[in-house]
Write a protein that binds this ligand. Structure first.
Ligand code: FES
Length: 125
């Protein structure tokens, strides 16, 4: 299953967009660096709309209380309802990597952004 999301000019770096892949609501993320990722848009907690969340670089605490370091290159999508954070590359929640939303292939095809179900050997974003 494959779905055209939009013209590539309609999704700038750092932005997100909602689409639908069959019955599945999907959020497409274009990172600050321009890479594309796609995740199921329904939060694992209580079904919050991840397409209304925001993307930012994840901040991780170190072993020392109150000390923060930026985890460069690890962008997360934060649910707007209660704050679950998802790694946009894997779909895993930050607090528990064993829990994840479904991810999809996202890429540019000619002048369009496309999402599709991931399959073995499928094209990488
Ligand atoms: S519904 Fe997403 S964190 Fe609660």
């Amino acid at each position: 299953m494959k779905q055209v999301v939009c013209h590539k000019s309609e999704l700038s770096n750092g932005q997100i967009m909602r689409t639908q892949l069959g019955p599945i609501p999907v959020v497409v993320v274009r990172t600050k660096a321009g890479s594309l990722y796609a995740l199921a848009a329904k939060c694992l907690h209580q079904g919050g709309p991840l397409d209304q969340g925001r993307v930012y670089e994840h901040h991780a605490t170190t072993k020392d209380v109150g000390e923060y370091v930026i985890d460069p290159g690890r962008e997360v999508l934060k649910c707007p309802w209660h704050g679950y954070e998802y790694d946009i590359k894997t779909g895993c929640t930050v607090f528990d990597p064993s829990r994840a939303v479904q991810t999809f292939q996202a890429y540019e095809e000619e002048d369009q952004i496309v999402v599709q179900l991931a399959t073995a050997g499928a094209r990488q974003a």
